[in-house]
Design a protein around this ligand. Structure first.
Ligand code: DAT
Ligand code: MG
Length: 137
């Protein structure tokens, strides 16, 4: 069977702060393997599609502005239970509540600017990988 895959984003705040190497180091050290990588600035329609589940939330507008506001690094990584493994490395959504030792817990202070994205299920991973890397899906 092919190993599980997940979509990881180093969001524009993480790229601007020079945390790309730190994030890649942590996921590689964990044993996850890079399958694809691309630095790009998202169009609004791709951002709205990516975060479609949050369309009705009050933070949706600011979230789309933030995620389209500068280059991000999109990664596909694979390994056993890749979705769960990367979510554990990332930590809780709110970086103040995220445990120290996690990416968000070590580097973040604000919910919106929480440095990384990781797909939340295998189904989300398949959808998000198809959105960012159509040739891989
Ligand atoms: P996660 O990124 O941990 O999967 P999510 O899917 O619930 O979290 O939300 C997507 C992103 O939206 C999250 O990374 C940061 C932002 N966000 C979530 N809740 C928020 C809130 N209450 N205020 C501002 N931004 C929020
Ligand atoms: Mg989510």
């Amino acid at each position: 069977a092919t190993p599980a895959r997940t979509l990881v984003l180093v969001k524009p705040d993480g790229v601007a702060r020079g945390l790309v190497g730190e994030v890649i180091s942590r996921l590689e050290a964990k044993g996850l393997r890079l399958v694809a990588a691309e630095l790009r600035t998202l169009d609004r329609d791709v951002a709205e599609e990516h975060y479609g589940e949050h369309r009705e939330k009050p933070f949706f507008g600011p979230l789309v502005e933030f995620i389209t506001g500068g280059p991000l690094l999109a990664l596909v990584v694979e390994g056993p239970r890749a979705v769960e493994a990367f979510r554990a490395l990332a930590g809780a959504t709110d970086p103040v509540k995220a445990a120290p030792g996690t990416i968000r817990g070590d580097f973040g202070l604000e919910v919106q600017n929480n440095i990384v994205h990781g797909s939340d299920s295998d189904e989300s991973a398949a959808r998000e990988i198809a959105l960012f890397f159509p040739k891989l899906a």
